[in-house]
Design a protein around this ligand. Structure first.
Ligand code: ADP
Ligand code: MG
Length: 265
């Protein structure tokens, strides 16, 4: 039975897609069966796995609008044990089309119920908004992974997301909780970064992943090759960091030396 994670933050460019692609690839390489559901019309998770969007007959758009079953949309990627429900740009219009539909908050959840026994992990890559798409992700998941940069306004964005979580929890998904807040593009040498981490830890005790993802150019290059970073440059800091995150998700203790080298503290 899959653990279902929504990877969400209403801010764009914080590393949601990078996290979905690279965490999924690592867990797949460890023999876990992983499904990535792309519900962002930009389709970056789709292309990040080397899947061409042109000519796709079925995508998350059809699944959310009830025009297809999720099984018809699932594609095997060329990377071990990772399957993808791709997104195409038509998804941008789904928001408006869904307003007419019943159960519009539960569309993704109902579809995932029919396939969650086939996987160990499901990752839902949400768009950069608190739109109906993201709400579908929050309703369908067990836990939330929140990637964010260690910036001055970090807590402000988190409080908006927390408000949305509370609404979803009270009406649709009582078990919804944060699996972890993931600092991305992290630079441990900056005082500000460490201050922000401390502050977020104070407001969300126990909810910040030990693993911090450093800024790493390999992570930004890999998508243009249609590959997760571990298949592009296995020895890069980016690959290593997402491996550590994988260990954390699997409940495997981090090795202290690895932590020091990567995070500097
Ligand atoms: P989101 O899905 O939240 O919009 P992305 O994962 O697409 O964010 O990341 C935004 C941009 O930053 C992309 O170009 C991506 O390659 C790059 N990026 C993400 N994480 C890192 C990192 N740790 N180091 C360097 N570049 C990164
Ligand atoms: Mg994205």
């Amino acid at each position: 039975m899959a653990r279902i994670f929504a990877v969400a933050n209403q801010k764009g460019g914080v590393g949601k897609t990078t996290t979905v692609v690279n965490l999924a690839a690592y867990l797949g390489s460890r023999g876990k069966k992983v499904l990535c559901v792309d519900i962002d019309a930009q389709g970056n998770t789709t292309t990040g796995f080397g899947i061409q969007k042109k000519g796709l007959e079925v995508s998350s758009y059809d699944v959310l609008l009830g025009k297809a079953r999720i099984q018809e949309a699932i594609l095997d990627s060329e990377f071990s044990n990772v399957s993808v429900v791709p997104a195409v740009s038509a998804l941008a219009g789904a928001e408006i089309e869904m307003i007419e539909l019943d159960n519009r908050m539960n569309r993704l959840k109902m579809q995932l119920l029919t396939c969650r026994t086939d996987y160990d992990f499901v990752f839902i890559d949400c768009p950069p908004s608190l739109s109906l798409m993201t709400l579908n992700g929050l309703v369908a998941c067990d836990k939330l992974i929140i990637p964010m940069e260690a910036e001055f306004f970090a807590l402000e964005g988190l409080s908006q997301l927390s408000d949305t979580m509370r609404i979803v929890r009270s009406r649709y998904n009582p078990g919804l909780d944060i699996q972890g807040i993931l600092f991305t593009m992290f630079d441990a040498r900056l005082n500000l970064s460490n201050q922000v981490v401390d502050e977020v830890e104070r407001y969300f005790p126990g909810k910040v992943f030990q693993t911090k993802i450093p800024r790493n150019v390999r992570l930004s290059e890999a998508p243009s090759h249609g590959k997760p970073v571990m298949y592009y440059d296995k020895s890069s800091k980016g690959a290593e960091a997402y491996e550590l995150l994988g260990h954390e998700i699997l409940g495997e203790p981090l090795v202290i030396q690895q932590k020091r080298r990567l995070f500097g503290r």
